[in-house]
Design a protein around this ligand. Structure first.
Ligand SMILES: [Zn+2]
Ligand SMILES: [Zn+2]
Ligand SMILES: [Zn+2]
Ligand SMILES: [Zn+2]
Length: 355
């Protein structure tokens, strides 16, 4: 009897999301206050353990230190790209063929080298794409060539069509063309569109006729901007945009390496889309396509719908911040998880709010 009592006690102090065990109930409560577990976390399709990122879910399922039971089932019928678990090895095979993108973006990308594409239709009531991905290629400026200057930019829509693809003439002299990766030569930039003009065009296209100060997370005409490391791209182009409309694969917690470290786009594309980019001379179109595909995958995740999904929603302010310790200690781990909310905006919400 004693034994059974003890195991029930231990179970009581086990986090219902990440399965961490705590010696004392108060430690579990403390853990729940700071971990922001939610239905939006990457979750093991076998044991239902919540992970902070797809990287830690990958570790749990594949290694280096996998959980044995989950690893065995996953090896048999799990998709190594999106990490879903299918019904049988056969449905895994069918699923995985669709899940792995054929890396044919480069062919269209190279084709786009032929010249400037400019379909930045602005205003005039035309709604156009609501989500666009942007990618840049930088050359070097300054005395040692280490200052990044945007020399090529590409914008695509959700269907990977090119909206804008152009060389950009930087406002200051280029001291290093970084030819081995950019493939850019001085003559490509000589008569290219000046940076100021590119900046204005893209800025106007993104806002889509809406004044910057009225742009909100939901509704409105302004477009959602997808990219990888967009802070840097926007800074180089001197474009200002509202954070509410930015979806950055370098800063989205489920796609990050750790809470502070980003994964490279090259790694994410290889691991989650199953093909290679940035080999040899790089076209920003390929980067744009990869980020758009990652965004679309994250956006299409099916998570439980909650009225107030974010810890910052005013309706959730009471959940952990001001509940008394004794009240929380009376709850089961499952009840605590039930009231816990995410501390980041999950992109699955885009398909609900901006369908
Ligand atoms: Zn936990
Ligand atoms: Zn979600
Ligand atoms: Zn598991
Ligand atoms: Zn998959």
């Amino acid at each position: 009897m004693d034994c059974r009592f003890e195991s029930a006690e231990t179970h009581r102090n086990k986090c219902a999301a990440c399965y961490r065990q705590f010696n004392k109930l108060e430690h579990l409560v403390e853990h729940m206050r700071i971990s922001y577990h939610s239905v939006h976390e990457p979750t093991c399709g076998i044991c239902r353990k919540h992970c902070r990122s797809f990287e830690s879910l990958r570790e749990h399922l594949i290694g280096p230190l996998p959980k044995q039971e989950c690893r065995d089932i996953f090896a048999y019928r799990g998709c190594k790209f999106c990490l879903k678990v299918l019904d049988s090895p056969n449905s895994r095979r069918i699923h995985q063929e669709k899940c792995q993108f054929s890396g044919n973006a480069g062919i269209i990308g190279r084709f786009s080298n032929l010249g400037l594409r400019d379909n930045l239709a602005i205003g005039g009531g035309a709604r156009g794409p609501q989500v666009v991905a942007m990618a840049c290629k930088m050359v070097g400026g300054g005395s040692d060539g280490s200052l990044d200057l945007c020399a090529r930019v590409c914008l695509i829509d959700e269907h990977e069509n090119i909206i804008f693809h152009s060389y950009v003439k930087p406002p200051i002299p280029v001291t290093n063309y970084r030819y081995e990766t950019t493939g850019i030569r001085a003559e490509y930039l000589r008569d290219a569109m000046p940076m100021r003009q590119v900046q204005r065009k893209i800025q106007d296209f993104l806002c889509n006729g809406e004044p910057m100060w009225t742009i909100r997370a939901r509704g409105g005409r302004a477009r959602t901007l997808v990219g990888h490391g967009l802070d840097h791209d926007l800074e180089c182009l001197q474009i200002e945009y509202r954070a509410e409309k930015i979806r950055d694969t370098a800063k989205y917690p489920p796609l990050m390496k750790t809470s502070k470290l980003s994964n490279s786009l090259k790694y994410l594309t290889q691991a989650y889309l199953g093909y290679d980019i940035q080999t040899g001379i790089q076209d920003p179109y390929d980067d744009g396509v990869a980020t758009m595909r990652l965004y679309m995958r994250m956006r299409s995740q099916v998570h439980k719908i909650q009225d107030y999904p974010l810890a910052t929603d005013p309706q959730n302010r009471n959940n952990f911040a001001s509940w008394r310790q004794s009240e929380l200690e009376r709850m089961s781990p499952e009840q605590m998880l039930e009231i816990s909310r995410s501390d980041y905006y999950c992109w699955c919400l885009d398909s609900l709010y901006n369908p």
